[in-house]
Structure formats: structure tokens, C-alpha cells
Design a protein around this ligand. Structure first.
Ligand SMILES: [Zn+2]
Length: 373
């Protein structure tokens, strides 16, 4: 972050942009909750090791010294109830007391579930609140379990409480932020976040995700929002094994103009890194350079549109060896630094057929959503 520091120093000496830093949120216990399965069961990849190893990587690379580091605090039940039904909270409380049980599809309880989930939500809430303050321009919450699959009425897909949705609601009600764009870069469609804001014109939800065109499910581009919120739900469903080029096109052709048209005050990023080629759960094919590029583009949006900032909330990313480098790349992009050379970056064969297929999909997405801009 040396260059960012230098940029800040030069701005302090009379530059035109404000001098604001990046906030980083974690906790000494990164959520002790563990899914009750042995490896290599799919659910077992979402475990405390992910956050521990990612934080260790960031520390070893000197990033923690360059950011303002905060400790997450538990959210409370009113935060959870701001987007979820009482059933979601009651079930999590009851099954935590029991120490086991199934809350929903791929969402299991442990004796540590409630505390871990409330800490994760609290981390997201703190991340969102910090960027509404003058000292911070971007923030990143490295907390787990993730949240974007949790709907208003159900925990599912390794997610219990929808951290980013609760965080967005909290800066609307507590700080008075009116318009928020949420960009979801996780490999998977954030069905929960989409559902929570589907009829809400004050929150724009944009998701780039892997989509199975053989068996159509939620996340298709024809889902655009409801009532006054029509046009504020934007799905970019890319084909399996999509590469960096398609993520760049999706961002340049859809995400950037959509956010410019919506004019939010704050951007939230559902920061999933399971689209990385090495991920054991996702099936995409991108590397840390793309996460750097996304960080850089989000920072440019914040600067150019004079937004209050962006807050990033960890979602997926299940290879504990590549999660840290991917987060490092994003943070360096946010800080305005050049692409870091990281060990996951290697030449990979470019599949033009997949790029062409995705270009057609992006054309169709644009045709569907551009009418609302
Ligand atoms: Zn995911």
C-alpha cells in the first residue's frame, strides 16, 4: 500500500481528493462454527481456516500495517430482524442451543453457530458504517459464515444471516443513506440478497455468476425486480468455466454503466472469491488479476462519482491458499496500486467459444436492463 500512502500524503499537501484510508475488519476467533461433515464434503470447505489463512497472508504481505484494523462486534437480534423473519433467528437460536440440526439446504448448526453468524453480520455492519464516516473510503470484512444465499425467510447454502443485506439496511436506517448498489462477484448467484431487495427501488443488486443453462434456476437475466424496483435487479449469468475476459466485459458493459445510471451513495461488494480457477466449490476460471481489476474499477467509480465509499463483505472463496492472494489483489486495486504479481497468476488457455457465448449473454442482459437506465 506504499503508493496509496504516498497518494494520501500528496493529497494532504493540497491535492483535490480527500485523504481517506481503507478499514479492515476481522476477529481473533474467525467464527468457530464448523459444518458437521468430514472433508472433502462440499460444506466442509466453509470453515475457520479460510479466514485464518487469508488474514495470515495479508499480515505477511504487510497489508494489515497499511489499513485501519477493527475487531468485529456481534450484531444484535434487531439487526437480523431488519431483513429476516423471526423464524430465521429463532431457528438459529434453537439449533445452536441444541448444538446440531439442519436449518435449511446446506446450512447446519453447531454449538458456535449463533455467535459466529452474529459476529459475521456485525463485521459487515461495521464495514458499511465505517465508509459513511469521513476517515474511510473503503472497507473489507473478513468474517464468516457468508450470507448472500440467506433469504428473508430461510438460511441456506452455508449462509445463515444475510450479512450484506443487513449492513445495507443499517446504513439506510441509522445513517440515512438512501441509495446503495450491491455488486455480487461470488461464483454463485446471491439469491438471498436478490430476493430481499427485489421490490425495493433503493437498493440496486447486480450479480455476475455461474449459471447452468441446462437446468434453468434462479439468477437468469430476465429477473429484473418488481414494481417500482423494476430494473434494479441485474443478473449476469455467465457460462461455466468463464474466464477473466468475460468478467471484464460484464463489468465494463453492464456493471459500470448500471451503477452510473443508478447513482448510489455507497457501493457494497459481496466479495466472493470462489470464481478463482483453483476453487474447490466454484467452476469458473479467473485469477487474482481480475480481482485486482475489479478493486480498481470500484475505486474509480467511488472517486469519479464522488460516492461515500465501498464496503466489501466476504462471501465464498474456499481454497485457503488462494483466498488471501485474491483479497490482497482486491485491496491493492482499491488502493490504486498496480497489479501485484501473485503466485496464482499463470498463463491459461483462452477459450474463444466461451468468450463468444458470454458476449451473447451480455448482449441479452444489456437489451433487458438498458431500458431502465
Ligand atoms: Zn459462492
Amino acid at each position: 500500500m506504499k503508493e496509496f500512502k504516498e497518494l494520501r500524503n500528496s493529497l494532504e499537501r493540497g491535492g483535490s481528493m480527500p485523504s481517506r484510508s481503507i478499514a479492515f475488519i476481522s476477529h481473533p476467533e474467525p467464527g468457530q462454527h464448523i459444518q458437521p461433515f468430514p472433508r472433502p464434503h462440499l460444506e466442509s470447505f466453509e470453515n475457520p481456516l479460510r479466514a485464518q489463512m487469508a488474514e495470515l497472508h495479508l499480515r505477511n504481505r504487510g497489508l494489515l500495517d497499511e489499513m485501519s484494523v477493527f475487531e468485529a462486534v456481534e450484531a444484535d437480534s434487531s439487526d437480523v430482524l431488519s431483513v429476516h423473519s423471526e423464524y430465521v433467528l429463532d431457528t438459529a437460536m434453537l439449533m445452536t442451543d441444541l448444538g446440531s440440526g439442519q436449518l435449511g439446504e446446506a446450512a447446519y448448526a453447531s454449538p458456535e453457530l449463533l455467535r459466529s453468524a452474529l459476529l459475521s453480520t456485525g463485521g459487515a455492519k461495521l464495514a458499511a458504517n465505517l465508509v459513511t464516516e469521513p476517515d474511510y473510503i473503503h472497507s473489507f470484512s473478513l468474517m464468516r459464515p457468508p450470507g448472500h444465499h440467506a433469504t428473508s425467510s430461510a438460511s441456506m447454502g452455508l449462509c445463515y444471516f444475510n450479512n450484506i443485506a443487513i449492513a445495507a439496511r443499517s446504513i439506510q436506517t441509522e445513517v440515512g443513506i438512501k441509495r446503495i448498489s450491491i455488486v455480487d462477484i461470488d461464483d454463485h448467484f446471491g439469491n438471498g440478497t436478490a430476493e430481499i431487495f427485489y421490490s425495493d427501488p433503493s437498493v440496486q443488486y447486480i450479480s455476475i455468476h455461474e449459471y447452468d443453462y441446462e437446468s434453468l434456476g434462479l439468477g437468469h437475466y430476465y429477473e429484473v425486480g418488481q414494481g417500482k424496483a423494476k430494473g434494479t435487479n441485474i443478473n449476469i449469468p455467465l457460462v461455466e468455466m468463464s474466464q477473466d475476459e468475460s468478467y471484464n466485459s460484464a463489468f465494463e458493459r453492464v456493471v459500470l454503466p448500471a451503477i452510473k445510471s443508478f447513482k448510489p451513495e455507497v457501493i457494497g461488494v459481496s466479495a466472493g472469491f470462489d470464481a478463482h480457477y483453483s476453487d474447490p466449490v466454484g467452476n469458473m476460471n479467473i485469477d487474482s488479476k481480475t480481482f485486482w481489476w475489479i478493486g480498481r474499477e470500484v475505486n474509480s467509480l467511488v472517486q469519479d462519482l464522488k460516492l461515500q465509499g465501498s464496503f466489501w463483505v466476504l462471501e465464498g472463496g474456499y481454497n485457503p491458499f488462494s483466498l488471501g492472494p485474491c483479497i490482497e489483489a482486491s485491496l491493492r486495486g482499491l488502493a490504486g496500486e498496480e497489479t501485484p504479481e501473485l503466485e496464482d497468476q499463470c498463463e491459461r488457455v483462452i477459450n474463444q467459444e466461451l468468450i463468444d457465448a458470454n458476449n451473447e449473454i451480455i448482449d441479452a442482459v444489456l437489451e433487458t436492463v438498458e431500458v431502465y437506465w
